[in-house]
Design a protein around this ligand. Sequence first.
Ligand code: 26Q
Length: 811
Amino acid sequence: MLTIDKRSFKRAYKKKYLEIHGEELSDGSNYKKYEALGSLVRDYVAENWMKTNKRYSNTGEKQVYYFSMEFLLGRLLGDALLNLGIRDVCKEALEDLSISLEELENLEHDQGLGNGGLGRLAACFLDSMASLNIAGHGCGIRYKYGFFEQKIIDGVQVEVSDNWLRDGNVWEKRKNDKREIVKFGGNIIEEEINGKMKFTHVNYEPVLAVPYDTPVVGYENNTINTLRLWSAETVNNEFDFSSFSRGEFLKALEYKNSVEAISQVLYPDDSQYEGKMLRLKQQYFFVSAGVQCIIRRYKRHGGDIRSLDEKIAIHINDTHPTLAIPEIMRILLDEEGLAWEEAWRITTNTVSYTNHTILAEALEKWPLDMFKSLLPRIYMIVEEINERFCADLWNSYTGQWDKISRMAIIADGQVRMANLAIVGSHSVNGVAKLHTEILKKQEMSDFYYYYPNKFNNKTNGITHRRWLLKTNPRLTKLLVDTIGEGFIKHPIDLEAFEKKVNDESIQRELYNIKKENKENLAETIYEKNGIKVDPNSIFDVQIKRIHAYKRQILNCLRIMDLYNKLLENPGLDIVPRTFIFGGKAAPAYHLAKKTIELINRVAQKINNDPRVNDKIKVVFLDNYNVSLAEEIIRATDLSEQISTTTKEASGTSNMKFMMNGAVTIATLDGANIEIRDEVGDDNIIIFGLNSNEVLNYYKNGGYSSFDIYKNDPRIQSSIDDLINGKYHFDRERFREIYENLIPYNDQFFVLKDFDSYIKAQDRVDKLYRDMNNWQRMCGVNIAHSGIFSSDRTILQYANGIWGAELLYKNL
Ligand code: 26Q
């Protein structure tokens, strides 16, 4: 922990300001003040960063590398100040200088190198690894453009590029001396030398991978780990001036652009299979650079290549980095000269894999010819892995062609990344109990029966440092005042709060804290959307990627239904509600974009109808990202977790909401099940089909949305409102949504769950009227949220998968 007093902080800050801007502090803009503060904090971090790296070299402790296409970090300044333990000093010192720390913090551009849950999980895991003193580092891509910025124009999502590096990035450090070369295309020459095969890669296109390192600050423990993100450059970065004289400069420029394209953009797509060559290039690019650099460092410190797996763990975040498996094999075979069997043992012991989705569309498969021409040597290795694996399968399942072809890594002209990830790793985990059970019993059952010991569950978690301490200082203070500081290092100790939740004065405090947070959010809503919302109404929130399986449509239909009821019966006694939505749709995902438009149209209609305005309002907040999530989550009364059961692998916002004292309305899907088990049925509102019912419908059919539509006049009128011009003069505008629900028979059981959802919402209305009991429920949720700290999750990964010793225990 850094000790620094206010006076020396002020002195250092003024000096820093002068140093980087060449002018006096009082003259500068807030952004310049932010830059100086960021730069000073980075200086504070630098020494411990170096010491941590030294410690890792000296102790030889196992190094864990978390490979991920996405890291959704959000802003870093507040996090760093909190974890360094200097936030209060810094805040007070800046106040003396008439500077507001919050204002500076809000100027930082979100680091949005991720789509959603998977990317944010990676960020939470980095924070927990550093805070638990685990030598765990991130490896990914430094996208020049992050996840697109969303604007809503006329109710419609418009995507704008996220040029997050435009004003510089104080946190990253370019490391020229740690560059790697990644080879694409070309041919492989095979020769036999002294009875051994030798493979030489020729005519390839070399791409330079340049690392940029970002410090990951552990909580008050002096540990600073590293997130290493790779950027693609041409090997000869300078312009070849001779090409000018030959008039070939356009070609040279084209080449430069094509190389740099590799780290240009994050694919804004977390649902559909995108068969883009560029994405395959991105995957091999960062995985190859990462693996080469890990092995180089390991050898530099005298490590024996034969015991690599004892000192290195590589974790792959979904299948996106699966090429790490053949890449390690390539280095062990071709560069280290190991025999296949030994290389395979080392590789599989090193790699572990997490699956994050059971949506079939999201399973990655690559066309063989693309794979072969882009990665010729890697393809040969994958082919051999497949041949050996299929031969083993043949021994166990002789004659069972169907099973063998289902399990094969290469089949139907494609390379199946999930199969490669399972075969080439020693551990496969799901991210919540139900999800893991579905993987074992359904999606991956062939593999589960073949490798029962590889499969395990690691229920997701979130870092309570960002999502409670940083996000909700008011609630944190109440918790510290009532149960002491222990929970900060041991979040499970939040349980002590349960004893206090029947205390009326605590209930009142919880109410007041939520009220203040709601007032702040109401201001933001007014600034962003010009809508006045009542902080006394129930803040009912659904924020997440827009996707059919997450069922924003169910929520929206229920609002349309409530609106109809209020028009029919203006005296209807309901607790006023503000429905808040946020989330981005993949640009090519038509239905999701229509959903956004529908919500905005419904909002427009309802918000402008004075007949219902003292009862309901609807708000769609644009450009949902980590920073906006922080503001919304601490101000939420009701957390909507209403996915079609079996479809949401875990969900993590559900955990953030409960930790901030929201009550959840949920289906028994993903980690909602574990949340229910923790808080008990009285403190969560559950509705809808259970997993067996859903699986049964998928397997045996028997569901007809039309029957429900026909027999329930209430549902019928809301559905008809989609196409009768009520929400858009162009009646065709929302036909796609209508068709998904009725003629296409509602794949996600929106109509089936509708009635039970309405009843659950009526229960919410009743419960909210008893404010003491509601706050008691909120308190129980907070008290039971400690288990969902990612510290718990990371300890389970460290002990159960990585075998990472906790040399510097901080528990
Ligand atoms: C695949 C191919 C081509 C282009 C993009 C993709 C792609 C990109 C991102 C596929 C999937 C993703 C991201 C998936 C994701 O975020 N899954 C979520 O992971 C969370 C953390 O485990 C879970 O809590 C969520 O339930 C799960 O949806």
